[in-house]
Write a protein that binds this ligand. Structure first.
Ligand code: F6P
Length: 532
């Protein structure tokens, strides 16, 4: 049997197992195993993952271990840590772990350490006023980038509000809709603003348009010569960045994909915008999770177990999952994870180019609880399609009025419980009768007030909301994503699927500016004609 056939055979066994297990209610799994919660809850680096309310058993994990063996998962993990080529379509290593000091890729070490040192010095000089702008010490940063060059820093800065550097404002611009850069620059003083342009390629249309606008805004106020000191780039194309007008350029290596790049100089603006050491703490937290993932055998490995559950739910036909962080500070996490998971694993062919027989990624979506409860939770509780939910809570610490903490926690626990328990029609009817409804009305209303329950969820606890635990959490998600990809046989490090639309947008721009509309479908032609 070839490696591919062995992998497929392992999947076939899992499919049969899932078809069987689908008939077992979650409650029956708990009844059969008094230790279930403990058995399916593991912690590492300040992150606790409770999978007990997912429809899996010890046998499920064993079958996934068989699959992992056939898919060479442990060998691939080791190869990634060593800096070997694990991105075959681009012939590259994937060394995001090296950026936080993990793995053993010696070749990358020197340039990573050098850049880390340079970023720290630069950030320190900006923060202390040693490096000044035309109007004195810098007071604001405008971070320009999109996708992986935006979502990580944006999430981090939002989540770590309590760790922001006093006196420093940070804004973000990603969208090519001019409203975004206009909002980002509004009210700032160009003479005290540092523009950080992050683009691996330094060709991304949105980023270049926003960077040009920001640079023009600087030049109009302080002149071209001084503007240079106000613009810094992070790019794998330093010559292009310098030719464009960046005063300093920090490297962004080929071997790190945008969505895995927060740990690199891509985090420069956060290094400046957050208090001293916060960024280093983030890296340390990620390294602690790396140590767990690299050193823990797969059966007890947090990221592997979570990757199995994500893969299993797709076998149950669940095409999406909802990520619901409680609460406000983790609001941007779903957006970050959408890129990480869907850009990495939303593939149609395996790493060798064979058409996949089953889906390799679920749609990630979600919003912060409790707001989400008052928006789309109706469907999660009573819709015909079952959507697994991943809840995230912060165990210690809170902000604002102290009384809010327990309300927030009661809500997250209740939602998971409600999905699991449900409410029978008989119980709903009895409640209505108890409230004084007539038997006829109670019978009419009960179906509307019943919940099937038996709906799976994961509960993730973060020890506290700190740079360190966030680093561990994001590293956990990176590893879970990559391990899922390898189980499915896909390459998580390329993203060819984003290219076609980019090519077509480049082709349509001249048409929108008045050129003849050529080689487009009738609907596109009609829209171009309406819009120009
Ligand atoms: O369009 C997708 C993408 O290539 C992402 O993978 C990347 O994070 C983003 O665009 C930005 O790319 P760049 O850093 O080259 O501007």
């Amino acid at each position: 049997m070839s490696g591919y056939e062995a992998r497929e055979a392992a999947w076939t066994k899992l499919e049969a197992h899932a078809a069987d297990l689908a008939k077992t209610p979650l409650k029956a799994l708990f009844e059969a195993d008094a230790e279930r919660t403990a058995r399916f809850t593991k912690s590492a680096a300040g992150v606790t993952v409770d999978l007990s309310r997912q429809r899996l058993t010890g046998d499920t994990l064993k079958l996934f271990l068989d699959l992992a063996r056939e898919a060479d998962v442990s060998a691939k993990l080791a190869a990634m840590g060593k800096g070997e080529i694990v991105n075959p379509t681009e012939g590259r290593a994937a060394l995001h772990v090296a950026l936080r000091g993990s793995g053993s890729a010696v070749d990358a070490r020197a340039s990573v350490d050098r850049t880390r040192g340079e970023v720290k010095v630069f950030a320190h000089e900006i923060a202390t006023g040693k490096r000044q702008g035309a109007g004195g010490p810098f007071k604001s940063i405008v971070h320009i980038g999109i996708g992986g060059s935006d979502l990580g820093p944006r999430f981090l800065y939002d989540a770590l509000k309590r760790f922001r550097r006093p006196g420093m404002t940070m804004r973000f611009a990603a969208n090519v809709d001019g409203a975004e850069i206009a909002d980002a620059l509004e009210g700032l003083d160009p003479a005290t603003t540092l523009v950080v342009v992050v683009s691996k390629t330094f060709t991304t249309q949105e980023t270049m348009a926003n960077a040009d606008a920001a640079r023009a805004w600087l030049i109009a106020a302080i002149g071209e010569a001084k503007a240079k000191d106000h613009v810094v780039a992070v790019s794998a194309a330093p010559d292009r960045a310098k030719a464009w007008g960046a005063g300093a350029v920090f490297p962004f290596w080929d071997w790190v994909g945008g969505r895995y790049s927060l740990w690199s100089a891509v985090g420069l603006s956060c290094e400046i915008g957050l208090v001293d050491d916060a960024f280093q703490q983030l890296l340390d937290g990620a390294a602690a999770m790396d140590a767990h993932v690299f050193e823990t055998p797969l059966p007890d490995n947090l990221a592997f177990r979570a990757a199995c559950v994500q893969s299993l739910n797709r076998l149950y036909g669940m095409k999406t999952y909802a990520l619901i962080p409680y609460g406000r500070r983790l609001q941007l996490l779903p957006a970050f994870l959408q890129q990480l998971e869907m850009e990495s694993n939303g593939k149609g062919v395996d790493a060798e180019g064979r058409t996949l027989k089953r889906s390799s990624a679920a749609v990630t979506w979600g919003d912060a609880g409790t707001n989400a409860q008052h928006s789309f939770f109706q469907l999660l509780h009573q819709g015909r399609d079952v959507t697994p939910v991943e809840f995230l809570l912060i165990e210690r610490g809170s902000e604002g009025p102290a009384s809010h903490r327990n309300m927030l926690l009661a809500n997250v626990l209740a939602q998971a419980q409600a999905l699991y328990e449900g409410k029978t029609e008989a119980a709903a009817k009895q409640e209505l009768l108890d409230k004084g409804e007539t038997p006829k009305r109670a019978a009419e209303l009960a179906p509307h007030r019943a919940f099937t329950g038996d709906r799976p969820s994961t509960m993730i606890g973060l020890d506290a909301l700190t740079p360190k635990t966030l680093g561990a959490l994001l590293a956990f998600y990176e590893h879970r994503t990559v391990l899922q990809a390898w189980l499915a046989g896909v390459n998580p490090f390329d993203q060819w699927g984003v290219e076609l639309g980019k090519q077509m947008a480049a082709g349509l721009l001249p048409a929108l500016q008045g050129d003849e509309v050529k080689n487009v479908d009738p609907a596109t032609k009609a829209w171009v004609e309406k819009l120009r």
